[in-house]
Ligand binder design. Structure first.
Ligand code: BGC
Length: 738
């Protein structure tokens, strides 16, 4: 539709029709059975008339359902304004990729762009127009359950993934969105909730906010993300959904964002609970003034916008602007021409979970898993030489897709047991669960009415499961433990203070260790767990995250050497929960700890734990043996650019991927600077015995930061430069910026 016609629609809308465009309701409101819609309406206190005018739908997907709702709505709509279907498709629709923390570990934004392109194609076929992704909240505290949804702790890496995800999802061709629109979230700094406790306060300097927390969102906006979702948290005393500083000043004015801002679920109304608005009316006013366009799932806008205008408290122009942004989005998606955007059951059959999509999920999972330990080259396992016993609650379990894969289907998942049995003969392989998932079921909280997991296994059964595993363990040479967190122990509202493996699993491992066999741990988790004990106990540890539809197969293929593991951590694994928050790019302090073996007091350290994490940012092992040498800078002084090269040699007969990482340290600044910051990275494939050079170009802009005066610029002076295969073990050089 051309802009003139669209403007005409805007002009013709009644107040209530305008308000309707600014509210989003969930699927239950759109049921054809009246009885079903009464409860939700009463809860929100809104009329059927308002429901009929709603502009967008939350979390309904599937071609037949979306088509049915759209058709019915269009019949009622005076101006034939189509509904927008928005849904949480965070790391795959039907084909489920690894959780984003695993995607971060691929260090391969190009590959992830492909994954999101596929995700968009599947979602589009199912009638989804907007996905609430990417989630780019920077995370430094593994107690927070939503680490699962983030690509990690580093601004540069997160920004690279944010760009890739938006580009893949929207897939713009000749100016048109051929994929689906992306809604980057949760703006801003939601990942910095104090103590890692969900929905908790966020408070930090503006410098830290801008330097570390905002680049991910900004990269998504710069890549063209059509929408932004506000976060639940406060920043500097103001909940984001009512923050003119964040939404209006930074997002709209500084970054020039002209798309739609949607509140997170009920976040407008929560301004009252936060204690910044006395009632729903005030909450509505604050959110509107901050330019939050759509109210997700509350009755605030529906009930309060009109009275606010009538009382002269709200400029009606703000409502027009918000409605205009929503209409423009609908038009940009081509909904006025085709309100279904080609969604159909036939299309679903063609594009969902195809062999190619599964294959891509396999490749992504292959690059996401991180080999954390491999003593004496325990892995890869030789086929049919040793007797293998698989134990643990994830051994024969299809729940490998994690909490946010709500449109995925666990029945598509091949279990670890099934995948291993394709590598070895039955006489050499056995399975025994041995123990259950967590012992603390009552901590999980109810979710979506599912209580199935609230029951523990009776004591007698537990004893028997252990006895069976011990018996089989005696016959085995190698024991593989498929262990980890229950799906419900991470994700939204999945904060924990104890982030070790669940007690039952630890106790079980202890019993099995007494058998003196070779022990391999495969961890399934939505966060970095504290694996300090297991690092000592196990011969090998493979961090597999929630690896998605193809996860089981990839785990088996890594264990048996068909895949050379190449994942590198994008979030530090703490040594103990007491170190949190922990991240690689902290400041030096006035009393730095220069050696972990330091015996005295009065330096910045813990008495009872190292400062260093168990596994640092950027870390991961492979089956190759790769070495860096000859770090060279093309000049000692840098004006505009510096060319950096390093030699990389694969001293093994195994080809594989390596990730070369370049960090810098600004030694003296007008404010203190991190001890190292990632600036560049390259993931390269090295053939067996390959010896080659890797080149980086560092530019002046790469060294920009927020100075004492909050100028985003560089300050001339001396820099250290580090290149390594992780953030800890690096070669170093130095240069002077002129
Ligand atoms: C979450 C968002 C999500 C929204 C809609 C909220 O609870 O914080 O990430 O997009 O629900 O489902």
């Amino acid at each position: 539709m051309n802009e003139t016609d669209l403007k005409k629609i805007l002009r013709d809308l009644t107040w209530q029709e305008k308000v309707g465009q600014l509210i989003q309701l969930s699927g239950d409101f759109f049921s054809s059975e009246d009885a079903l819609t009464v409860g939700p309406k009463q809860k929100l206190g809104i009329t059927q008339e308002m429901v009929d005018l709603a502009g967008s739908v939350l979390n309904v997907a599937g071609a037949s359902k979306t088509r049915e709702i759209q058709e019915k709505w269009l019949q009622k709509s005076r101006h034939k304004i189509p509904l927008l279907f928005m849904a949480d498709i965070v790391y795959g629709y039907r084909t489920v990729f690894p959780i984003p923390l695993g995607l971060g570990a691929t260090w391969n934004p190009e590959l992830i762009e492909q994954a999101y392109k596929v995700t968009a194609a599947e979602s589009k076929a199912a009638g989804v127009h907007v996905t609430f992704a990417p989630m780019v909240d920077l995370v430094r505290d593994a107690r927070w359950g939503r680490c699962l949804e983030s690509t990690g702790e580093d601004a540069t890496l997160n920004a690279a993934f944010a760009r890739a995800m938006v580009t893949g999802l929207q897939h713009v061709e000749t100016g048109k969105i051929t994929g689906i629109a992306s809604c980057v979230k949760h703006f801003a700094a939601y990942g910095a909730a104090e103590g890692g406790r969900e929905y908790n306060t966020v408070d930090m300097s503006e410098r830290r906010l801008r330097e570390d927390y905002l680049p991910g969102y900004q990269a998504a906006v710069d890549a063209g993300s059509e929408l932004v979702m506000t976060s639940f948290n406060t920043y500097d005393g103001t909940p984001v959904t009512g923050s003119e500083f964040l939404l209006k000043q930074i997002l709209r004015e500084e970054w020039g964002f002209d798309g739609v801002i949607i509140s997170d679920y009920a976040a407008v109304q929560e301004l009252v609970a936060h204690g910044i608005a006395a009632d729903e009316k005030e909450a509505t006013l604050l959110a509107m003034k901050a330019t939050n366009d759509i109210d997700m799932k509350t009755g605030c806008y529906a009930k309060q916008l009109e009275p606010l205008v009538q009382e002269g408290k709200l400029d009606p122009g703000l409502i027009d602007e918000a409605v205009w942004r929503v209409l423009k989005l609908k038009n940009k998606l081509g909904l006025f021409e085709d309100p279904y955007r080609g969604a159909s059951s036939e299309r679903e059959r063609k594009v969902l979970l195809t062999e190619e999509n599964r294959d891509l999920a396999y490749q992504v999972a292959a690059q996401s898993m991180v080999l954390l330990e491999n003593k004496n080259n325990t892995l890869p396992l030789a086929k049919n030489e040793q007797k293998i016993l698989l134990v643990g609650p994830y051994g024969d379990n299809q729940n490998l897709i994690g909490l946010w894969a709500i449109h995925g289907n666990t029945s598509d998942v091949i279990t670890i047991k099934e995948a291993i049995s394709q590598h070895v003969s039955a006489s050499k392989f056995s399975y025994s669960a041995g123990c259950e998932m967590p012992s603390d079921y009552h901590f999980l909280g109810e979710f979506g009415g599912s209580k199935e997991q609230l029951e523990r296994m009776p004591l007698a059964e537990r004893k028997q499961a252990l006895a069976e595993a011990l018996e089989q363990g005696k016959q085995a040479d190698v024991i593989i433990y498929a262990m980890g967190e229950h799906t419900m122990q991470s994700g939204e509202a999945g904060s924990r203070t104890d982030i070790t493996l669940p007690d039952v699993q630890k106790e079980f491992i202890q019993e099995m260790l007494a058998l003196g066999k070779t022990n391999i741990l495969v961890t399934i988790s939505g966060r970095p767990l504290v694996l300090t004990e297991e690092a000592n106990q196990m011969d090998a540890i493979l961090q597999a995250w929630f690896p998605g539809t193809e996860g089981g197969r990839v785990i088996a293929d890594i264990l048996f050497g068909e895949i050379n593991p190449s994942g590198r951590l994008s979030m530090s694994f703490p040594y103990t929960v007491g170190q949190l928050p922990i991240y690689y790019n902290g400041f030096q302090t006035g009393r730095p700890l220069n050696s972990e073996t330091h015996k005295g007091r009065f330096v910045s350290k813990y008495l009872d734990s190292p400062n260093a994490p168990l596994y640092p940012f950027g870390y991961g092992l492979s089956y190759s043996n790769v070495e860096l040498s000859s770090l060279t800078l093309d000049a000692e002084e840098m004006v505009d650019q510096l060319h950096v090269s390093v030699q990389i040699k694969n001293n093994s007969s195994r080809g594989g991927f390596e990730t070369v990482q370049l960090y810098v340290q600004d030694i003296v600044g007008s404010v203190v600077r991190p001890t190292r910051e990632l600036k560049k990275f390259k993931k390269v494939y090295l053939k067996a015995q390959e010896n080659t050079a890797i080149h980086f170009t560092l530019t002046r802009e790469d060294l920009f930061y927020y100075t004492k005066k909050m100028d985003f610029t560089v300050e001339p002076g001396d820099f250290n430069l580090f290149v390594g295969l992780n953030s800890r073990d690096t070669l170093s050089a130095s240069f002077t910026l002129k």
